[in-house]
Design a binder for this molecule. Sequence first.
Ligand code: ADP
Ligand code: MG
Length: 289
Amino acid sequence: MKIAYVVGNENVNDPDPDLDIPFAKVAAQELGIELVFANWNDQSINWAGFDAAIIRSTWDYVGVRDKFLDFTKKVESEIKLFNSYEVMKWNTDKAYLKILEKHGVPIIPTRFVNDLKEAQDAMQWAFSQAQSIAIKPAIGSGARLAGKAESIDQAIKYLERIFLDNQIAIVQPYVKSVDEEGEKAIVVINGKISHVAKKVPALTKGGHGDAAGSSEIDAEIIEIVNKVSKAVTEWEELLFARVDVVRLDGKLVLMELELTEPWLFMEFRPAAGLELFKAVQERIIGVQG
Ligand SMILES: Nc1ncnc2c1ncn2[C@@H]1O[C@H](COP(=O)(O)OP(=O)(O)O)[C@@H](O)[C@H]1O
Ligand SMILES: [Mg+2]
């Protein structure tokens, strides 16, 4: 079985290595899978030559989302793709947060704004709930163009960057627990919770979503993943998911649901790599009958 592990172009200004790769290599080898690292920007690749493609560290899709989605659609017309094109189309725009909220998932209070005029009201609203506010683009990854603002003027600077990028902006109260208890990234493989990583607070400590350590799977973690799984129609078909949560007013709420290219923090549980590729094998054998 030959599987494409899909990566992106390296960004020299922001060289985040894909730390899952060593674990993926070991797991694939153990299962007898030929794993090929393939860059989605490489026009010379014959995708039909693989049994499946798994979108992984394609972090350069932000800014060229349409091109990326066209790519995934084309690959999916030829081979099995994880996660599916439809899922990625839905998941690469944080507009999905409002949909999940409607279906019972608690989220950070969120407003989407198209311009500075709309943002005025949203900023007042967010500052009425917290001392500082978070500004970020609707389509983003690795905290790109995101910022923590202590004042309206500072928030406007962040908003301007996002509008210059032709994007819709998100305005939220800044959730303080991100700097204390920490944001938790719950890694789900083939429908089952694998492990939890604690994240570095990106807007105060920097980084692009790096892990600060591992964390427990407890009843609250299970509860919020259950809520998300009920709200996402395609949950059963997902190969992987990452449910990023933070504590707000004593309860866990969703920061982000990553179904496209999440870092899976396999360093905290290398068995996750094995489970991931085993699931791919089973699904492909299922397809081939
Ligand atoms: N409302 C918020 N309160 C506190 N921190 C936030 C807030 N929104 C975003 N952040 C910080 O910015 C990071 C990136 O935001 P996120 O919504 O996860 O977008 P992405 O990871 O796609 O860039 C988060 O992991 C967190 O550290
Ligand atoms: Mg995130």
